[in-house]
Design a protein around this ligand. Structure first.
Ligand code: ADP
Ligand code: MG
Length: 841
């Protein structure tokens, strides 16, 4: 075995592969990338390629091998990256034709899921995330190599890290300790432990050691894998989680901010609704705004001013948008330039973008909003670069930068001369054909070209004897034709081919120089990209506001929404069919308990509120007739198990874990949405928990809270919790059937519509009739109906309490209750009994 594997080439392979144990080694061999041994076995399987053997299948120790053509390797690499693998590209570093013996080879780049230059989607960032543990503080660096951006933050616990990471959905994670790796492995994202660090001035914006350390880990990894100067990387931006409204992955999912719950697609999400951006950069920025809504009034007001400015001026909006339509993804373009992968088409797109800037500036000349002013002030028109690109590049250059056809005539005299020589040569040849046909009298004589023989004269066999002896030199004989050359023809051929080769080389050099010039402008171009993306997003918000009839909200301590709508659901209903609802919350009315039958609109009402609050905090207008909103530091949502169709993990434990998060982490400035909490367990159990949770939030947190429940029994809480009020979503009965009005009214729902809903669902008439009978029996019994259906209520306390008949007795009994010693169920029962007594009075 040793000897077979010890050819010089295999030795070279082994020594290179040894440095890249975690990547598939794409070993360049002529026109192919070859993979060997285990790499070949796995890749052949993953990509459905044919597995062969280098030394023949029948060898004693066959070497498994598979390969992909060099020119189409990108597709295969992409597939492997998307499956979470790493690929090391090993190239021939010398021209094999000019080398004796073994060609020198080197790995020129390692491509990993988080460092892959191709975009995920043009409106998505591709994040590589590094997480480090510095004495119990967790530094996080998040970079997008396709745009050169990066962000830093510090988090206090592993749990917070997990939540943050889950929300960001990175393509790859690197960490510096095994315990962290363990903790994050459940996310199913490609992950590795790295230790090497590399200092960089790009981390100068870091706020603490943990952030510096995280950035250095990220930077070292990028440098080591990409193996080139990463000039397009921008200084890292530190952000504090607290400076923004915090939205964890769970809440983003529940509120369908980025994906629809039903389809998992972007369509149907709030992001898709808002995304009226015209540039890819704008699309990415909008997503980031939505990921991190603001938590400072000033910043919100500035965005709102800009949106208002654009809403008010139809012409401005329309014309700006028209200009932005021609704006290319400069962020990614600059990265490609930095990587040395930008082609002439990319630079033409840059040129087309730059040509739009003067018009944009002119349009922004009269705006009043501060943000728009700021954008205007930062828009450089790059006159010199723009002119240079204009002079250098043709309108539609080819994709390849090695085959010429990119540079305009007049840009380089040397190039023009070469191209002219080439053109002249071709004309000369065309003339020769005419001339020789006349001279020989052979009308079918023609001049052809092929790669092997170059230019030749071709005459059919039948005509060949008409040629005078020695006129041409015979070169090749075909079945029914002879091919000839002349010294003159060969001379011209050399001239044409020489000019062609030289012109291609020259064009390539000119292009690379031009690309270097663009590279010099990396930083200002990135600034331009930022300004244009912000303009694009503000414009998008204005377009949505105008199109959907939104109103500018004001920031206040209280909530006052007049005729609020659910931004997404209203768009799927015919216009005007969505039922708008008001919402009022203030210090004395912080919590709403929402009752109403299934399908009446409880969940919609709650989510609508959260979405309006988020829209407010990203600086957008909101779907309402008027709105006053406070700043929320976080939004917590818990959707009861029965409604939790999305995650598929609708266990009661999950419900409680998330509830714990809300009740332990919420502040008085948070918004909590608890939708049908307690549904995942039995009635009394669930009801008790639900009540205890409401009481806890009221007494110890003070967060604004919307709480929906189908436990009508809980509506009595209004009497004991001052900050809580009942509202209900109205449904009416018409001809024995239930009609949902989707209107929210004060007070509690007075009746359960379960049976009517069952009827609507076409359950058999006999069954419905029977249910009606049981219901009326239950309603006449002196105990909670729901409890009676699921488990017999203990009769004891009811019996005892009912002894007290007079008002005084009831009062005394009330005062005697030792509330702190009771559990919620006992409290509930005591209350029920007291109410029964009062009724008898
Ligand atoms: P619940 O939570 O009370 O069971 P949902 O909030 O899930 O009810 O609403 C059920 C359906 O009713 C929604 O899918 C929507 O189609 C419709 N709906 C809810 N609220 C409204 C409204 N305000 N106007 C119009 N249709 C609504
Ligand atoms: Mg619901």
């Amino acid at each position: 075995m040793e000897t077979i594997h010890q050819t010089p080439m295999m030795k070279q392979y082994f020594s290179i592969k040894a440095d890249y144990p975690d990547a598939f080694l794409f070993y360049r061999l002529g026109d192919f990338y070859e993979l060997f041994f285990e790499d070949a076995q796995i890749v052949a399987k993953e990509l459905e390629l044919t597995l062969t053997a280098k030394n023949g299948k029948n060898a004693e120790h066959p070497i498994p091998m598979c390969g992909v053509p060099h020119h189409s390797a990108a597709i295969y690499i992409e597939q492997l990256i998307e499956k979470g693998f790493n690929v090391a590209i090993c190239e021939q570093m010398e021209d094999p034709k000019a080398t004796k013996g073994l060609v020198k080879r080197e790995v020129i780049q390692v491509i990993t899921p988080g460092t892959y230059m191709a975009a995920l989607g043009e409106k998505e960032n591709r994040y590589l995330l590094s997480v480090v543990n510095v004495a119990g503080r967790f530094g996080i660096a998040r970079g997008d190599v396709t745009t050169g951006e990066s962000w830093l933050t510090t988090l206090p616990s592993r749990e917070a890290v997990l939540r943050e990471v889950e929300g960001l959905v990175p393509s790859e994670i690197i960490v510096d300790d095994a315990e962290l790796a363990d903790h994050l492995s459940s996310l199913g994202i490609p992950l590795s432990v790295q230790t090497e660090r590399l200092a960089s001035s790009l981390s100068s914006g870091a706020r603490d050691e943990a952030q510096v350390s995280a950035f250095e880990l990220l930077f070292a990894y990028l440098t080591r894998t990409q193996k080139r100067a990463l000039d397009h990387l921008q200084p890292a931006v530190a952000y504090e989680v607290e400076a923004h409204m915090q939205l964890d992955a769970n809440t983003a999912r529940n509120l369908e901010l980025f994906r629809s719950a039903r389809s998992g697609e972007r369509k149907g999400s709030l992001l898709a609704l808002l995304d009226e951006t015209t540039t890819a950069m704008g699309g990415r920025l909008l997503k980031r705004w939505l990921e991190q809504p603001l938590y400072t009034e000033q910043a919100i007001r500035e965005r709102q001013d800009a949106v208002e400015n654009l809403v008010d001026d139809f012409m401005l909006r329309d014309q700006l948008r028209e200009q932005l339509r021609h704006v290319y993804d400069i962020e990614r373009l600059v990265a490609k330039v930095g990587y040395g992968t930008a082609n002439a088409r990319d630079l033409v797109q840059l040129r087309n973008t730059l040509e739009r800037i003067p018009a944009v500036r002119e349009l922004l000349a009269n705006v009043t909003a501060t943000r728009l002013h700021h954008i205007d002030a930062t828009l450089d028109t790059f006159d010199a670069l723009s002119e240079r690109l204009q002079a250098a590049l043709v309108e539609t250059p080819p994709i390849s930068i090695k085959e010429g056809g990119m540079i305009r005539s007049g840009y380089s005299t040397e190039l023009d001369e070469l191209l002219e020589a080439k053109a002249n040569g071709k004309t000369w040849i065309a003339n020769l054909e005419q001339q020789e046909r006349l001279a020989t009298g052979i009308k079918s004589l023609k001049i052809g070209y092929n790669r092997v023989f170059g230019y030749y004269l071709e005459v059919t066999k039948a005509n060949a004897r008409l040629l005078e002896e020695g006129r041409y030199e015979r070169k090749q004989t075909l079945t029914n034709a002879e091919r000839y050359v002349t010294p003159e023809l060969k001379e011209k051929e050399a001239l044409i081919l020489g000019a062609e080769e030289k012109s291609c080389t020259l064009e390539y050099d000119l292009f690379v120089t031009l690309r270097e010039e663009v590279k010099q402008e990396t930083k200002p171009l990135q600034q331009l990209a930022r300004s244009l993306s912000e303009l694009d997003v503000l414009l998008a918000l204005a377009i949505v506001a105008e199109k959907r009839d939104y109103v500018r909200p004001t920031t206040s301590n209280n909530v006052q929404i007049d005729c609020g709508r659910h931004p997404v659901i209203e768009t799927v209903l015919p216009r005007g069919e969505y039922v708008a609802n008001d919402l009022t919350l203030d210090d004395t009315r912080r919590m709403l308990l929402i009752t109403g039958p299934n399908m009446s609109g409880k969940s919609t009402y709650m989510r609508q509120f959260a979405l309006i609050a988020i829209l407010h905090q990203i600086g957008s207008f909101v779907p309402a007739e008027a709105a006053e909103l406070p700043l929320f530091d976080r939004i917590f949502t818990r959707i009861g198990a029965a409604d939790d169709l999305v995650s598929g993990q609708s266990t009661f434990m999950v419900e409680m874990t998330e509830t714990r998060q809300a009740v332990t982490e919420a502040t008085a400035h948070s918004l909590i949405l608890l939708d049908e909490i307690g549904r995942g367990t039995s009635t009394y159990d669930g009801m008790a928990l639900a009540q205890a949770i409401v009481e806890y939030i009221a007494a110890t947190i003070g967060a604004k809270t919307l709480f929906s429940t189908h436990y009508h029994e809980l509506t009595v809480l209004e009497d004991t919790i001052p900050a809580l009020e009942n509202v209900h979503v109205r449904a009416i009965e018409r001809d024995g059937r239930v009609v949902f009005l989707h209107e929210v009214h004060p007070g509690r729902a007075d009746k359960s519509y379960g049976i009517h809903v069952a009827e609507l669902a076409d359950l058999p008439p006999d069954l419905i009739e029977r249910a009606r009978t049981i219901l009326s029996e239950l309603e006449t019994e002196p105990k909670p109906t729901r409890a009676a259906v699921e488990q017999p209520a203990p009769a004891e306390p009811v019996a005892q309490l009912s002894l007290f008949e007079t008002e005084d007795d009831i009062k005394r009994q009330l005062l005697d209750l030792d509330l702190l010693a009771m559990n919620p169920i006992e409290a509930m029962q005591a209350l029920y009994a007291l109410q029964q007594s009062a009724k008898k009075e």
